[in-house]
Design a protein around this ligand. Sequence first.
Ligand code: ASP
Length: 468
Amino acid sequence: MKVAKFGGTSLANAKQIKKVCEIVRADKKRRLIVVSAPGKRYKDDQKVTDLLIRYADAFLASGEAEAEKQAVFQRYREIVEELGLSRDFGAQIEADLDEVLTNRAGLSPERFVDAVKAAGEDNSAKVVAAYLRDLGEVAQYVNPREAGLLVSDEAGNAHVLPEAYERLHALREREGIVVFPGFFGFSPAGELVTFSRGGSDITGSILAAAVKAEVYENFTDVDSVYVVNPNLVDKPKEIKEITYREMRELSYSGFSVFHEEALIPAYQANIPVCIKNTNNPSAPGTMIVSERMATARKVSGIACDSGFCSIYVSKFLMHKEIGFGRKLLQILEEEGLSYEHTPSGIDNISVILRERDLTPEKEARITERISSELQVDDLAVQHGLALVMIVGEGMRQSVGTSARATSALASARINLEMINQGSSEVSMMFGVTAADADRAVVALYEEFFGEGAKSRDEQTDQVQSASK
Ligand code: ASP
Protein backbone atom coordinates (compact mmCIF):
# COMPACT_ATOMS: atom_id res chain seq x y z
CA MET A 1 0.00 0.00 0.00
CA LYS A 2 1.26 3.46 -0.90
CA VAL A 3 0.27 6.78 0.63
CA ALA A 4 0.27 9.60 -1.92
CA LYS A 5 0.03 13.22 -0.88
CA PHE A 6 -0.71 15.96 -3.39
CA GLY A 7 0.25 19.58 -2.68
CA GLY A 8 -1.65 22.79 -3.42
CA THR A 9 -0.54 23.31 -7.02
CA SER A 10 -1.69 19.75 -7.80
CA LEU A 11 -5.21 20.71 -6.65
CA ALA A 12 -5.22 24.26 -7.98
CA ASN A 13 -7.84 23.70 -10.71
CA ALA A 14 -9.80 21.01 -12.53
CA LYS A 15 -6.97 20.32 -14.99
CA GLN A 16 -4.58 19.59 -12.13
CA ILE A 17 -7.13 17.46 -10.26
CA LYS A 18 -7.57 15.36 -13.38
CA LYS A 19 -3.81 14.71 -13.40
CA VAL A 20 -3.96 13.74 -9.73
CA CYS A 21 -6.73 11.23 -10.39
CA GLU A 22 -4.86 9.79 -13.37
CA ILE A 23 -1.79 9.27 -11.17
CA VAL A 24 -3.89 7.63 -8.45
CA ARG A 25 -5.57 5.30 -10.93
CA ALA A 26 -2.27 4.35 -12.58
CA ASP A 27 -1.16 2.36 -9.53
CA LYS A 28 -3.56 0.15 -7.59
CA LYS A 29 -1.35 0.45 -4.53
CA ARG A 30 -2.14 4.16 -4.20
CA ARG A 31 -5.03 3.59 -1.86
CA LEU A 32 -4.58 6.37 0.66
CA ILE A 33 -4.57 9.85 -0.84
CA VAL A 34 -3.91 13.02 1.14
CA VAL A 35 -4.76 16.37 -0.41
CA SER A 36 -3.94 20.01 0.22
CA ALA A 37 -6.30 22.91 -0.40
CA PRO A 38 -6.28 24.36 -3.94
CA GLY A 39 -3.03 26.31 -4.31
CA LYS A 40 -1.77 28.83 -6.84
CA ARG A 41 -2.82 28.40 -10.49
CA TYR A 42 -0.20 30.88 -11.65
CA LYS A 43 2.64 32.84 -10.06
CA ASP A 44 0.73 35.75 -8.53
CA ASP A 45 -2.40 33.78 -7.72
CA GLN A 46 -3.74 33.29 -4.18
CA LYS A 47 -3.78 29.96 -2.37
CA VAL A 48 -7.19 29.03 -0.98
CA THR A 49 -5.61 28.74 2.49
CA ASP A 50 -4.46 32.36 2.24
CA LEU A 51 -7.93 33.43 1.06
CA LEU A 52 -9.45 31.61 4.03
CA ILE A 53 -7.06 33.27 6.48
CA ARG A 54 -7.84 36.66 4.99
CA TYR A 55 -11.55 35.86 5.31
CA ALA A 56 -11.24 34.74 8.95
CA ASP A 57 -9.26 37.85 9.94
CA ALA A 58 -11.76 40.18 8.27
CA PHE A 59 -14.75 38.31 9.72
CA LEU A 60 -13.30 38.43 13.21
CA ALA A 61 -12.58 42.12 12.86
CA SER A 62 -15.94 43.23 11.49
CA GLY A 63 -18.41 40.31 11.66
CA GLU A 64 -18.75 40.30 7.89
CA ALA A 65 -16.43 39.55 4.95
CA GLU A 66 -18.63 38.82 1.96
CA ALA A 67 -16.07 39.62 -0.74
CA GLU A 68 -13.46 37.34 0.88
CA LYS A 69 -16.04 34.57 1.26
CA GLN A 70 -17.11 34.81 -2.37
CA ALA A 71 -13.46 34.58 -3.47
CA VAL A 72 -13.26 31.17 -1.75
CA PHE A 73 -16.63 29.98 -3.10
CA GLN A 74 -15.58 30.99 -6.59
CA ARG A 75 -12.52 28.73 -6.52
CA TYR A 76 -14.58 25.65 -5.63
CA ARG A 77 -17.40 26.62 -8.01
CA GLU A 78 -14.96 26.68 -10.94
CA ILE A 79 -13.40 23.38 -9.96
CA VAL A 80 -16.74 21.60 -9.47
CA GLU A 81 -18.07 22.91 -12.78
CA GLU A 82 -14.99 22.09 -14.80
CA LEU A 83 -14.81 18.59 -13.38
CA GLY A 84 -18.43 18.14 -14.44
CA LEU A 85 -19.57 17.25 -10.92
CA SER A 86 -23.29 17.61 -10.25
CA ARG A 87 -24.96 20.86 -9.26
CA ASP A 88 -26.22 19.23 -6.10
CA PHE A 89 -22.68 18.33 -5.13
CA GLY A 90 -21.55 21.93 -5.79
CA ALA A 91 -24.41 23.26 -3.67
CA GLN A 92 -23.46 20.86 -0.88
CA ILE A 93 -19.83 22.07 -0.88
CA GLU A 94 -20.99 25.67 -0.74
CA ALA A 95 -23.46 25.00 2.07
CA ASP A 96 -20.77 23.19 4.11
CA LEU A 97 -18.30 26.01 3.55
CA ASP A 98 -20.91 28.60 4.48
CA GLU A 99 -21.66 26.77 7.71
CA VAL A 100 -17.99 26.69 8.76
CA LEU A 101 -17.30 30.25 7.67
CA THR A 102 -20.22 31.87 9.46
CA ASN A 103 -20.79 29.71 12.51
CA ARG A 104 -18.63 30.95 15.34
CA ALA A 105 -20.84 29.39 18.04
CA GLY A 106 -18.67 29.24 21.15
CA LEU A 107 -15.36 29.22 19.23
CA SER A 108 -12.43 31.33 20.42
CA PRO A 109 -10.77 33.38 17.64
CA GLU A 110 -7.91 30.83 17.33
CA ARG A 111 -10.30 27.88 17.03
CA PHE A 112 -12.40 29.76 14.51
CA VAL A 113 -9.31 30.51 12.37
CA ASP A 114 -8.26 26.85 12.53
CA ALA A 115 -11.74 25.64 11.53
CA VAL A 116 -11.85 28.07 8.59
CA LYS A 117 -8.32 27.16 7.42
CA ALA A 118 -9.10 23.43 7.55
CA ALA A 119 -12.13 23.89 5.27
CA GLY A 120 -9.69 24.32 2.37
CA GLU A 121 -8.31 20.77 2.51
CA ASP A 122 -11.59 19.29 3.74
CA ASN A 123 -13.44 20.35 0.61
CA SER A 124 -10.53 19.45 -1.63
CA ALA A 125 -10.78 15.90 -0.32
CA LYS A 126 -14.54 15.78 -0.90
CA VAL A 127 -14.10 17.01 -4.48
CA VAL A 128 -11.37 14.49 -5.32
CA ALA A 129 -13.34 11.59 -3.82
CA ALA A 130 -16.45 12.63 -5.80
CA TYR A 131 -14.49 12.94 -9.03
CA LEU A 132 -12.85 9.52 -8.57
CA ARG A 133 -16.32 8.04 -8.08
CA ASP A 134 -17.50 9.76 -11.27
CA LEU A 135 -14.62 8.02 -13.00
CA GLY A 136 -15.97 4.71 -11.78
CA GLU A 137 -13.62 4.12 -8.84
CA VAL A 138 -14.65 3.05 -5.38
CA ALA A 139 -13.50 6.09 -3.41
CA GLN A 140 -14.46 7.65 -0.12
CA TYR A 141 -13.72 10.89 1.68
CA VAL A 142 -12.63 10.17 5.26
CA ASN A 143 -12.73 12.78 7.98
CA PRO A 144 -9.72 12.96 10.34
CA ARG A 145 -12.08 12.97 13.35
CA GLU A 146 -13.73 9.73 12.35
CA ALA A 147 -10.38 8.15 11.44
CA GLY A 148 -8.81 9.10 14.80
CA LEU A 149 -6.12 11.60 13.81
CA LEU A 150 -5.58 12.81 17.36
CA VAL A 151 -3.38 15.85 17.87
CA SER A 152 -2.29 18.17 20.66
CA ASP A 153 -4.50 21.17 21.32
CA GLU A 154 -2.15 23.89 20.01
CA ALA A 155 -4.03 26.07 17.54
CA GLY A 156 -2.14 26.38 14.28
CA ASN A 157 0.69 24.24 15.54
CA ALA A 158 -0.70 20.82 16.40
CA HIS A 159 1.44 17.73 16.94
CA VAL A 160 0.29 14.19 16.49
CA LEU A 161 -0.46 12.18 19.64
CA PRO A 162 1.02 8.67 19.85
CA GLU A 163 -2.38 6.98 20.23
CA ALA A 164 -3.40 8.28 16.78
CA TYR A 165 -1.23 5.71 14.99
CA GLU A 166 -3.10 2.68 16.21
CA ARG A 167 -6.46 4.15 15.30
CA LEU A 168 -5.31 5.27 11.87
CA HIS A 169 -3.89 1.82 11.17
CA ALA A 170 -7.48 0.68 10.56
CA LEU A 171 -7.54 2.79 7.38
CA ARG A 172 -5.82 -0.18 5.74
CA GLU A 173 -9.06 -2.09 5.90
CA ARG A 174 -11.18 0.49 4.08
CA GLU A 175 -12.50 -0.48 0.72
CA GLY A 176 -11.23 1.27 -2.41
CA ILE A 177 -9.42 4.59 -2.41
CA VAL A 178 -9.48 6.71 0.74
CA VAL A 179 -9.21 10.47 0.20
CA PHE A 180 -8.08 12.22 3.34
CA PRO A 181 -7.80 15.99 3.90
CA GLY A 182 -4.35 17.16 4.99
CA PHE A 183 -3.41 19.84 7.50
CA PHE A 184 -5.61 19.12 10.52
CA GLY A 185 -6.65 16.69 13.20
CA PHE A 186 -8.72 16.71 16.37
CA SER A 187 -7.76 17.11 20.00
CA PRO A 188 -8.83 14.39 22.45
CA ALA A 189 -11.64 16.78 23.51
CA GLY A 190 -12.85 16.81 19.90
CA GLU A 191 -11.66 20.28 18.85
CA LEU A 192 -10.38 20.80 15.31
CA VAL A 193 -6.71 21.87 15.32
CA THR A 194 -4.45 22.55 12.33
CA PHE A 195 -0.78 21.79 11.91
CA SER A 196 1.62 24.61 11.06
CA ARG A 197 1.51 26.01 7.52
CA GLY A 198 2.33 23.50 4.82
CA GLY A 199 1.15 20.80 7.23
CA SER A 200 -0.53 18.48 4.73
CA ASP A 201 2.93 16.93 4.31
CA ILE A 202 2.72 16.04 8.01
CA THR A 203 -0.67 14.37 7.61
CA GLY A 204 0.68 12.25 4.77
CA SER A 205 3.68 11.18 6.80
CA ILE A 206 1.54 10.26 9.83
CA LEU A 207 -0.78 8.17 7.68
CA ALA A 208 2.13 6.47 5.92
CA ALA A 209 3.62 5.53 9.29
CA ALA A 210 0.25 4.43 10.68
CA VAL A 211 -0.66 2.09 7.82
CA LYS A 212 2.97 0.99 7.38
CA ALA A 213 2.97 2.04 3.75
CA GLU A 214 5.71 0.70 1.48
CA VAL A 215 6.40 4.28 0.42
CA TYR A 216 5.12 7.77 1.11
CA GLU A 217 4.85 9.57 -2.22
CA ASN A 218 4.77 13.32 -1.94
CA PHE A 219 3.61 14.88 -5.20
CA THR A 220 4.53 18.49 -5.79
CA ASP A 221 5.41 20.65 -8.81
CA VAL A 222 9.12 19.99 -9.29
CA ASP A 223 10.82 16.91 -10.74
CA SER A 224 13.00 16.41 -7.68
CA VAL A 225 14.71 18.10 -4.81
CA TYR A 226 17.65 20.09 -6.15
CA VAL A 227 21.03 20.40 -4.45
CA VAL A 228 20.51 24.15 -4.20
CA ASN A 229 17.68 26.65 -4.59
CA PRO A 230 16.96 26.69 -8.37
CA ASN A 231 16.28 30.43 -8.18
CA LEU A 232 19.95 31.03 -7.43
CA VAL A 233 21.67 28.62 -9.79
CA ASP A 234 20.63 27.79 -13.34
CA LYS A 235 19.58 24.12 -13.73
CA PRO A 236 21.17 22.84 -10.53
CA LYS A 237 21.90 19.14 -10.05
CA GLU A 238 19.04 16.94 -8.88
CA ILE A 239 19.18 14.86 -5.72
CA LYS A 240 18.34 11.24 -6.49
CA GLU A 241 18.67 9.83 -3.01
CA ILE A 242 19.15 11.51 0.35
CA THR A 243 18.89 10.40 3.98
CA TYR A 244 16.26 11.62 6.43
CA ARG A 245 19.00 13.35 8.40
CA GLU A 246 20.30 15.23 5.38
CA MET A 247 16.81 16.23 4.33
CA ARG A 248 15.99 17.33 7.85
CA GLU A 249 18.97 19.70 7.89
CA LEU A 250 18.20 21.05 4.43
CA SER A 251 14.51 21.68 5.19
CA TYR A 252 15.49 23.42 8.40
CA SER A 253 17.56 25.91 6.52
CA GLY A 254 15.37 26.87 3.67
CA PHE A 255 14.52 23.86 1.47
CA SER A 256 10.78 24.27 1.24
CA VAL A 257 9.88 21.26 -0.90
CA PHE A 258 8.98 19.20 2.15
CA HIS A 259 7.81 20.35 5.60
CA GLU A 260 10.59 19.82 8.15
CA GLU A 261 8.27 18.23 10.74
CA ALA A 262 6.86 15.85 8.16
CA LEU A 263 9.99 13.74 8.18
CA ILE A 264 9.57 12.59 11.77
CA PRO A 265 6.74 10.02 11.46
CA ALA A 266 8.19 8.54 8.26
CA TYR A 267 11.65 8.43 9.80
CA GLN A 268 10.45 6.75 13.00
CA ALA A 269 8.55 4.11 11.05
CA ASN A 270 11.33 3.80 8.47
CA ILE A 271 9.02 4.53 5.53
CA PRO A 272 10.89 5.81 2.45
CA VAL A 273 9.61 9.12 1.12
CA CYS A 274 9.57 9.86 -2.60
CA ILE A 275 9.19 13.46 -3.78
CA LYS A 276 7.56 13.45 -7.23
CA ASN A 277 6.07 15.81 -9.78
CA THR A 278 2.34 15.76 -10.57
CA ASN A 279 3.16 17.44 -13.88
CA ASN A 280 5.78 14.85 -14.80
CA PRO A 281 4.97 11.68 -12.87
CA SER A 282 7.31 9.46 -14.87
CA ALA A 283 10.38 11.35 -13.56
CA PRO A 284 11.94 9.22 -10.79
CA GLY A 285 11.93 12.05 -8.21
CA THR A 286 13.98 12.15 -5.03
CA MET A 287 14.04 9.26 -2.56
CA ILE A 288 14.47 10.04 1.15
CA VAL A 289 15.75 6.94 2.95
CA SER A 290 17.38 5.96 6.22
CA GLU A 291 20.69 4.80 4.73
CA ARG A 292 22.16 5.40 1.35
CA MET A 293 25.14 4.04 -0.47
CA ALA A 294 28.22 6.19 0.04
CA THR A 295 29.20 8.10 -3.09
CA ALA A 296 32.28 10.11 -3.97
CA ARG A 297 30.25 13.25 -3.43
CA LYS A 298 30.83 14.71 0.00
CA VAL A 299 28.11 17.34 0.03
CA SER A 300 24.49 16.49 -0.80
CA GLY A 301 22.96 19.92 -0.72
CA ILE A 302 23.46 23.59 0.09
CA ALA A 303 20.74 25.56 1.83
CA CYS A 304 20.36 29.06 3.15
CA ASP A 305 17.88 30.84 5.33
CA SER A 306 17.91 34.44 6.46
CA GLY A 307 16.15 36.26 9.28
CA PHE A 308 18.48 35.27 12.13
CA CYS A 309 20.16 37.34 14.80
CA SER A 310 22.76 36.55 17.41
CA ILE A 311 23.22 37.55 21.01
CA TYR A 312 26.93 37.46 21.75
CA VAL A 313 28.16 37.48 25.35
CA SER A 314 31.65 37.15 26.74
CA LYS A 315 32.88 36.97 30.28
CA PHE A 316 36.36 36.26 31.56
CA LEU A 317 36.53 32.69 32.97
CA MET A 318 33.03 31.90 31.72
CA HIS A 319 34.06 28.32 30.99
CA LYS A 320 34.61 27.73 34.72
CA GLU A 321 31.38 29.30 35.88
CA ILE A 322 28.98 26.45 36.60
CA GLY A 323 25.45 27.20 35.45
CA PHE A 324 26.31 30.16 33.20
CA GLY A 325 24.83 28.57 30.08
CA ARG A 326 21.70 27.45 31.90
CA LYS A 327 21.08 30.91 33.34
CA LEU A 328 21.58 32.53 29.96
CA LEU A 329 19.18 30.17 28.22
CA GLN A 330 16.72 30.46 31.07
CA ILE A 331 16.41 34.20 30.48
CA LEU A 332 15.46 33.40 26.89
CA GLU A 333 13.08 30.67 28.02
CA GLU A 334 11.32 33.07 30.35
CA GLU A 335 10.76 35.37 27.39
CA GLY A 336 9.18 32.47 25.50
CA LEU A 337 12.04 32.27 22.99
CA SER A 338 13.36 29.13 21.42
CA TYR A 339 17.02 29.30 20.43
CA GLU A 340 18.45 27.86 17.24
CA HIS A 341 22.19 27.37 17.90
CA THR A 342 24.78 28.21 20.48
CA PRO A 343 28.26 28.36 18.97
CA SER A 344 30.74 28.98 21.76
CA GLY A 345 34.38 29.69 22.58
CA ILE A 346 36.23 29.43 25.87
CA ASP A 347 34.90 32.59 27.44
CA ASN A 348 32.17 33.53 25.02
CA ILE A 349 28.99 32.21 23.58
CA SER A 350 26.54 33.34 20.92
CA VAL A 351 22.91 32.42 20.95
CA ILE A 352 21.33 32.42 17.51
CA LEU A 353 17.62 33.20 17.34
CA ARG A 354 15.00 33.72 14.67
CA GLU A 355 14.67 37.46 14.26
CA ARG A 356 10.88 37.34 13.97
CA ASP A 357 10.69 36.03 17.56
CA LEU A 358 12.81 38.79 19.07
CA THR A 359 10.66 41.92 19.33
CA PRO A 360 12.45 45.19 20.28
CA GLU A 361 10.80 45.04 23.72
CA LYS A 362 12.03 41.48 24.31
CA GLU A 363 15.49 42.42 23.11
CA ALA A 364 15.64 45.34 25.56
CA ARG A 365 14.50 43.20 28.48
CA ILE A 366 16.83 40.32 27.64
CA THR A 367 19.96 42.43 27.20
CA GLU A 368 19.21 44.27 30.44
CA ARG A 369 18.80 40.99 32.34
CA ILE A 370 21.90 39.38 30.83
CA SER A 371 24.02 42.39 31.78
CA SER A 372 22.74 42.71 35.31
CA GLU A 373 22.14 39.07 36.28
CA LEU A 374 25.14 37.45 34.56
CA GLN A 375 27.60 40.32 34.95
CA VAL A 376 29.06 39.79 31.48
CA ASP A 377 32.01 41.77 30.12
CA ASP A 378 30.65 42.17 26.59
CA LEU A 379 27.23 41.88 25.08
CA ALA A 380 26.28 42.55 21.47
CA VAL A 381 23.20 41.79 19.39
CA GLN A 382 23.75 41.37 15.68
CA HIS A 383 20.78 41.51 13.31
CA GLY A 384 20.37 40.56 9.67
CA LEU A 385 22.21 37.25 9.69
CA ALA A 386 21.76 34.46 7.21
CA LEU A 387 22.80 30.87 7.83
CA VAL A 388 24.27 28.98 4.93
CA MET A 389 24.51 25.22 5.38
CA ILE A 390 26.34 22.53 3.54
CA VAL A 391 24.84 19.14 4.26
CA GLY A 392 26.12 15.67 3.47
CA GLU A 393 26.54 12.28 5.13
CA GLY A 394 29.83 12.00 3.20
CA MET A 395 31.45 14.81 5.22
CA ARG A 396 31.76 12.61 8.27
CA GLN A 397 34.19 10.20 6.69
CA SER A 398 36.37 12.68 4.90
CA VAL A 399 38.89 15.34 5.64
CA GLY A 400 39.01 18.78 4.11
CA THR A 401 35.39 19.65 3.37
CA SER A 402 35.38 22.63 5.71
CA ALA A 403 38.67 23.88 4.27
CA ARG A 404 37.18 23.70 0.77
CA ALA A 405 34.06 25.54 1.91
CA THR A 406 35.85 28.31 3.75
CA SER A 407 38.35 28.87 0.98
CA ALA A 408 35.52 29.05 -1.60
CA LEU A 409 33.84 31.66 0.59
CA ALA A 410 37.11 33.52 1.09
CA SER A 411 37.71 33.63 -2.68
CA ALA A 412 34.26 35.16 -3.06
CA ARG A 413 35.34 37.72 -0.43
CA ILE A 414 32.61 36.75 1.98
CA ASN A 415 33.17 37.56 5.60
CA LEU A 416 32.19 34.75 7.98
CA GLU A 417 30.39 35.95 11.09
CA MET A 418 30.20 32.47 12.55
CA ILE A 419 31.06 28.85 11.80
CA ASN A 420 29.21 25.98 13.43
CA GLN A 421 29.82 22.35 12.64
CA GLY A 422 26.70 20.51 13.80
CA SER A 423 27.49 17.83 16.36
CA SER A 424 25.95 15.32 13.99
CA GLU A 425 28.70 16.03 11.46
CA VAL A 426 26.09 15.89 8.73
CA SER A 427 26.12 19.61 8.30
CA MET A 428 28.28 22.65 8.59
CA MET A 429 26.87 26.10 9.05
CA PHE A 430 28.22 29.52 8.14
CA GLY A 431 26.76 32.74 9.46
CA VAL A 432 27.03 35.57 6.93
CA THR A 433 25.28 38.91 6.56
CA ALA A 434 22.00 38.60 4.67
CA ALA A 435 23.47 40.76 1.88
CA ASP A 436 26.19 38.14 1.23
CA ALA A 437 23.94 35.09 1.49
CA ASP A 438 23.15 34.46 -2.18
CA ARG A 439 26.76 34.93 -3.26
CA ALA A 440 27.86 32.53 -0.54
CA VAL A 441 25.48 29.85 -1.79
CA VAL A 442 26.65 30.25 -5.37
CA ALA A 443 30.32 30.09 -4.33
CA LEU A 444 29.68 26.87 -2.40
CA TYR A 445 27.71 25.38 -5.30
CA GLU A 446 30.61 26.06 -7.65
CA GLU A 447 33.04 24.40 -5.26
CA PHE A 448 31.00 21.25 -4.55
CA PHE A 449 28.94 20.82 -7.71
CA GLY A 450 30.45 23.07 -10.38
CA GLU A 451 33.13 22.31 -12.93
CA GLY A 452 35.86 20.05 -11.59
CA ALA A 453 33.93 19.28 -8.40
CA LYS A 454 34.18 15.54 -9.00
CA SER A 455 37.95 15.49 -9.08
CA ARG A 456 38.11 17.77 -6.04
CA ASP A 457 35.86 15.28 -4.23
CA GLU A 458 38.20 12.45 -5.20
CA GLN A 459 41.19 14.38 -3.91
CA THR A 460 39.37 14.84 -0.62
CA ASP A 461 39.19 11.07 -0.38
CA GLN A 462 42.92 10.72 -1.01
CA VAL A 463 43.61 13.09 1.85
CA GLN A 464 41.57 10.80 4.04
CA SER A 465 43.48 7.67 3.13
CA ALA A 466 46.80 9.50 3.42
CA SER A 467 45.94 10.51 6.96
CA LYS A 468 45.16 6.96 8.11
N1 ASP B 1 -2.96 24.44 2.72
C1 ASP B 1 -2.08 24.53 3.84
C2 ASP B 1 -1.09 25.66 3.65
O1 ASP B 1 -1.08 26.32 2.62
C3 ASP B 1 -1.41 23.22 4.14
C4 ASP B 1 -0.68 22.59 2.97
O2 ASP B 1 -0.95 22.88 1.83
O3 ASP B 1 0.16 21.74 3.23
O4 ASP B 1 -0.32 25.93 4.52
